[in-house]
Design a protein around this ligand. Structure first.
Ligand code: F6P
Length: 326
């Protein structure tokens, strides 16, 4: 204790609803513990450009309910280089910042991990990405809100699909992960899902949909994760079209609307918990770790593990999709 007097906070990678709630929690917990806080704008680019602004308790009022991030975010190529990280270190030293909380996903933690191997200013991470694909935490900030947004969209698509007896391929985000597709598939009553974690799905899907056809299902909704090997909803629809001439097929790509909006209560509460835990971890002399939630308890996970290991989808939930499509 006692080494840390001023901390920095930044958001990096894709924005996620609840990031503002986390910035607020980090800022206020630091002030509560007698520390000064500096907001670093535009992610790691702000470290390299010394784009810093002091944050007071009032700087983060009226943001808990807002999507996006008041600090802005970016994916920074320069921070991937040793030279870039050296410049960041010099800027942090000059600004007398002795610890940094980074809010983001895989790429963010990879950068933080490298920085902490080279320099002695501790970085602590908070998982923030709608994809929920970070190993070591059951939950990432933004996932719950994005999921609810997707389910709302799927419900609406269901109305029109059913009215027209159509087959809909709905593409959701998840470049390398099917968590959004899986959960929205169950919550939206989808007939099938197609996700990167399960290979060879296109052939199985044909069989499943033929079965639905025989059982006279009048409409079908298939949720496709954008990063699936089939190439996404459009490519998959094209591939299956010849086998389902009787169906009117439509594709709906939900895109970035999944990333926006006011965070859900769950995202706000978890972001607040993780924000408090991140500052406490810095005060506890932790470095190169992510604060996460496992079984609703705060845990510390080394960046090394969080970025290297893969978080699989829950296979029992994958089975549920098939069972309920009977
Ligand atoms: O990582 C979050 C995410 O929304 C992914 O689901 C998606 O593949 C990617 O970001 C999109 O990134 P961009 O906003 O740069 O297009």
């Amino acid at each position: 204790m006692g080494k840390i007097k001023r901390i920095g906070v930044l958001t990096s990678g894709g924005d996620a609803p609840g990031m503002n709630a986390a910035i607020r929690a980090v800022t206020r917990t630091a002030i509560y513990n007698g520390l000064e806080v500096v907001g670093i704008r535009h992610g790691y680019q702000g470290l390299i450009n010394a784009n810093f602004k002091p944050l007071k308790a009032s700087s983060v009022s009226d943001i808990i309910q807002r999507g996006g991030t008041i600090l802005k975010t970016a994916r920074c190529m320069e921070f991937k280089t040793t030279e870039g990280r050296k410049v960041a270190f010099e800027n942090l030293k000059a600004a007398e910042i002795n610890g940094v909380v980074v809010i983001g996903g895989d790429g963010t933690f990879t950068g933080a991990r490298l920085f902490n191997e080279e320099f002695d200013i501790p970085f602590v991470g908070i998982p923030g990405t709608i994809d929920n694909d970070i190993y070591g935490t059951d939950y990432t900030i933004g996932y719950d809100t994005a999921l609810n947004t997707v389910v709302e969209c799927v419900d609406k698509i269901r109305d029109t699909a059913s009215a027209h007896n159509r087959m809909f391929f709905v593409e959701v985000m998840g470049a390398e992960a099917g968590h959004i597709a899986l959960y929205s598939g169950i919550a939206g009553g989808a007939e099938a899902i197609v996700i990167p974690e399960i290979k060879g799905e296109a052939d199985n899907l044909k069989e499943k949909l033929e079965g639905n056809n025989r059982r006279k299902k009048s409409s079908n909704i298939i949720i496709v994760a954008e990063g699936d090997e089939t190439g996404g909803a459009m490519a998959l629809a094209e591939k299956l079209k010849p086998s389902f001439q009787d169906y009117d097929i439509r594709v709906s790509i939900l895109g970035h609307l999944q990333r926006g909006g006011s965070p859900s209560a769950t995202d706000r509460v978890n972001a607040s918990r993780l924000g408090v835990a991140a500052v406490e971890a810095l005060l506890d002399d932790q470095k190169s770790v992510m604060v996460g939630l496992q079984n609703n308890e705060i845990v510390l996970v080394p960046f090394r593990k969080a970025v290297k290991l893969h978080k699989d989808v829950n296979r029992q939930l994958v089975d549920i999709i098939d069972i309920l499509n009977v």
